[in-house]
Design a protein around this ligand. Sequence first.
Ligand code: GDP
Ligand code: MN
Length: 397
Amino acid sequence: MNLHEYQGKEILNSFGVRIQRGIVAHNATEAVAAAKELTAETGTQWHVIKAQVHAGGRGKGGGVKLAKNLQEVQDIAGEIIGMDLVTPQTSAEGKRVHQVLVTEDVYYPGESEPDEFYISVLLNRATGRNMIMYSTEGGMDIETVAEETPHLIFTEEIDPSVGLLPFQARRVAFNLGLSGMAFKEMTKFISALYSAYEGCDASLFEINPVLKTSDNKIMAVDAKVSLDENALYRHKDYAEMRDIREENPVEVEAKEVGLNYVDLDGNVGCMVNGAGLAMATMDLIKQAGGEPANFLDVGGTADAKRVEEAFRLILKDDGVKAILINIFGGIVRCDRVAQGVVDAYKNMGDAIKVPIIVRLQGTNADIAKELIDSSGLDVQSATLFQEAADKVQEVLA
Ligand code: GDP
Ligand code: MN
């Protein structure tokens, strides 16, 4: 589950990670009040207004702006709230901004470039260990750094049985070229950050930039935080941070009815039982020259109601030109699923305007095929996987 910057910073702060102070605002008036409060708290004269959407690169898209007085706070907040922010990480339509984070200004004006670092914590799946990935090249796209100057990216792997050791935090500070007070601050920052990562059951922290302030403090200026959804049951307060406005509406709906659905860009809707078979089905569609429109695992109980729900979800995507149903009947018998497909189809009346190819294999597959073939509906049956994929290509041609 992805969080907004302000929520990520709240969590970091609660674990003792120093953050740039900020207050969230939903309109220009709230933004001005927030700015006044921050000035009283921190003494900051300038403020930064930051769009809160689940996408990076906001600065480039005009979603992060410096305000030098309260009038500018009001104007900029008014302009950013309600806009559809387009960044390198959003679609062309952009993301609607519902709220901004008003922050203190922590950059020192002057000749020298600010000292910005990149620090992330994530799981290295290859080694099965958490790692800290970091670079002196903060404030830039880490992808660009990885491509052009890969030697400027460092990693520190953490042994899960002993956790982050003090010398590792010092090595990070050393490799970032710090000394004196900033060095000490960075080691504290790293150990607090790592405790936060473990403590909140995160799957990703990406802090870009981490700033060394003019008085040698180390602080998180941005925070991309993703939490492990499977651990949310032990963090009820974090679960409430979910902002479904940021999520794909069809995926949200699917979750509500207990279906595993992921939206994709292709034209072949897929309805499959089991995640592994769903992946294989998507591969086969691609091999046959098509593009899957979604990943959809209907799970073990593919009855008429579930099949109907699945149909409805798939059909919300205008791009879908054909639907491939691929079911392996093990515990669930194929004839039950076939009946489910026929019933759902009839229930939905003329809502289904695209051809359907059904491939049922396993227990009672022959009865199932007969049920489909004699239903009189515009549903084609197939027995072999390849045959099904080819039929999809035929109807699309
Ligand atoms: P992103 O573009 O979505 O990654 O948003 P960030 O939170 O990283 O902010 C983008 C940029 O805004 C940063 O790289 C900084 O250069 C700038 N910025 C953030 N906070 C401040 C601040 O307090 N003062 C100034 N002058 N610039 C800031
Ligand atoms: Mn950033």
